[in-house]
Design a protein around this ligand. Structure first.
Ligand SMILES: [Zn+2]
Length: 304
């Protein structure tokens, strides 16, 4: 059994990898826009921000170290306590060529696991995500082999970052359990149950409870809903004893037919949902305590 948490952490995922400026003109793209979106989300009571970067010229996803560094330095110049959660998702997609499926076709981003976490080693954020899925995703395939995720986990650990394990289907939980057993991951685990990615966990209260019940008893989890499931997932995760996440990475609508004007507006809506249900929102300092992150070490940390 899990109780509703006394304090709920709101994470804001401000830009992501898949949302496009064609879908919403409010998507932050440049390092300045991304850091501003993070700071505004924090003002609206997000304790954690989840960061991807984009090429300012094309608005396409980027893995460029200097963009990450720029975003983090801009945030830290104004807010030392906000918990920074940085993606390691990019670099895992494979599109087989039509003629020979062993050969990578256009759209493939798959690269060596060490390169996917190079920015984590360099910048040492509080949290780094670690995707455990190998699955069909839209028209593509995401590949995260058991060997490669262990390589990434080790580099994340060496950087002093806490891994946030992204779970897209129940088999990913089995892999997480194996990694806990062999010491590639350490308990208590921090994880997210991502519902609504096409061909992953199907979003429903049953799915979230099923996934939650497979997690170790001491795990901290966030139930994430993609697209129109974003805000229902806020209530579902809260009621199931989890934390919550919203933002333009996960959905572009704030209501049916209405584009979200900003990430901050989505955080405000999540806050309203939680407070209407009787919840209390964790601030960044409280979130550090809940997640086992050091407040002082992070506040004093300088980016190399
Ligand atoms: Zn992300």
């Amino acid at each position: 059994m899990r109780a509703i948490l006394p304090k709920t952490i709101i994470t804001c995922a401000v830009t992501g990898n898949l949302t496009t400026i064609e879908q919403t003109p409010h998507l932050p793209v440049t390092p300045e826009q991304i850091s501003d979106a993070c700071l505004a989300a924090a003002e609206a009571s997000a304790a954690v921000v989840h960061i991807h970067v984009r090429d300012p010229k094309t608005a396409k996803p980027s893995m460029e170290l200097e963009y990450y560094r720029d975003v983090i330095e801009r945030i830290r110049a104004k807010n030392t306590q906000l918990v920074l959660n940085v993606t390691t998702g990019p670099g895992g997609r494979f599109v087989p060529s039509i003629e020979d499926p062993r050969v990578a076709g256009p759209g493939t981003t798959l690269i060596a696991p060490e390169k996917r976490v190079a920015h984590i080693a360099a910048l040492k954020p509080d949290i780094a995500t670690l995707d455990l899925n190998t699955m069909n995703s839209g028209k593509e395939v995401v590949i995260n082999t058991p060997r490669n995720v262990r390589v990434m986990a080790e580099i994340i650990r060496a950087a002093g970052a806490k891994p946030e394990i992204e779970l897209f289907d129940s088999g990913d939980i089995a892999l997480m359990q194996d990694m806990l057993k062999d010491g590639s991951l350490e308990a208590p685990i921090l994880c997210s149950v991502v519902m609504g990615v096409k061909y992953g966990f199907q979003p429903s209260p049953e799915t979230l409870l099923y996934a939650r019940n497979l997690l170790p008893a001491d795990a901290t989890f966030t139930g994430i809903g993609i697209g129109r499931f974003a805000f229902p997932a806020v209530a579902q995760s809260y009621l199931a004893g989890g934390h919550v996440r919203v933002g333009l990475e996960d959905s572009v609508m704030i209501d049916k037919g209405t584009l979200a004007p900003s990430n901050a507006a989505m955080v405000e809506k999540a806050r309203r949902i939680l407070e209407d249900l009787g919840g209390q929102i964790a601030n960044a300092t409280e979130a550090r305590e809940i997640l086992g992150l050091s407040a002082r070490a992070t506040a004093a940390r300088r980016i190399a």
